[in-house]
Design a protein around this ligand. Structure first.
Ligand code: NAP
Length: 251
């Protein structure tokens, strides 16, 4: 239905997990994809596996972000799509949470989103075209989970950030949207442990965890020229996890 031929797409945190799913979906629509990630080993391995370019980036470092985006503009001339996907989700209950725990997650999930999106929008505004898609979560904006109060605050914060910049850039042919994944089987999710995965599967009406490509497909649509009249919106992709009013409602 739509294709992204010759579009320049940047995916942060694209070396693995949901980011890799986004990369695969964008490649399937024939976009040129540049992956930015701090995991150099995984990024370089991905560049051997798929026709992408990989650049090392820590999204919390403003100067690095600016340099990497300048390199992308020098090499490709433009940025049509930004999937701002980096996020971390360490668990800490509130009573055990230190100021450093709080600052670390806000630095990656919110400051990192701000730095990367601001840089991409600078170039998109000149082009009077752009598609920004943030990876938020159901956790925070819709649901809660013990140990993720700081994480949930960052994921809800991303949506607040998105809504105002969607307004600031709407007249420049730029849309800013978000996806809210439920439980998607990634390296990061596996780290939560077998009990967590089992518990999640039981609370998802499809009785399956999502796969990275499930998020990638939604991002590719929101990143397409055809999605031009959708901005400041979010799409929940969770196998119906937020729907049941009780366990009995899951058949
Ligand atoms: P993942 O498997 O941990 O992959 C994330 C990638 O981002 C890793 O390669 C990681 O590198 C990299 N990264 C971390 N911090 C970075 C930084 N400061 N700068 C650059 N790269 C960085 O995570 P995921 O499960 O795919 O999650 C991706 C996004 O989806 C996150 O925003 C997360 O909040 C969101 N999400 C995930 C789920 C889920 O079920 N998986 C659900 C809802 C929302 P290292 O491995 O070296 O840290």
């Amino acid at each position: 239905m739509f294709q992204l031929k010759e579009q320049i797409a940047v995916v942060t945190g694209g070396a693995k997990g949901i980011g890799k799913g986004i990369v695969n979906a964008l490649l399937a629509q024939e976009a040129k994809v540049i992956v930015l990630d701090k995991d150099v080993e995984a990024g370089e391995a991905l560049a051997r596996e798929l026709p992408i370019d990989f650049l090392n980036l820590d999204v919390t470092k403003a100067e690095q972000v600016s340099q990497v985006f300048s390199r992308i503009i020098e090499a490709y001339g433009r940025i049509d799509i930004l999937a701002s996907n980096v996020g971390i989700f360490p668990q800490k209950t509130l009573e055990n949470m230190s100021e450093d725990d709080w600052d670390a997650i806000f630095s990656v999930n919110l400051k990192g989103t701000f730095l990367v999106v601001q840089e991409a929008l600078k170039h998109m505004k000149k082009q009077t075209y752009g598609r920004v898609v943030l990876t938020s979560s159901i956790t925070g904006p819709v649901t809660g989970f013990p140990g993720w109060s700081h994480y949930g605050a960052t994921k809800a914060g991303q949506l607040g950030f998105m809504r105002s910049i969607a307004l600031e850039y709407a007249k420049f042919g730029i849309t800013v949207n978000a996806v809210q994944p439920g439980n998607i089987l990634t390296e990061g999710l596996i780290e939560q442990g077998e009990d967590y995965l089992k518990q999640m599967k039981a609370t998802i009406p499809t009785h399956t965890l999502g796969e990275p490509i499930d998020i990638g497909a939604a991002v590719a649509f929101l990143a397409s020229p055809e999605a031009r009249f959708i901005t400041g919106q979010t799409l929940i992709i969770d196998g119906g996890q937020i729907l049941p009013e009780s366990f009995d409602a899951i058949l």
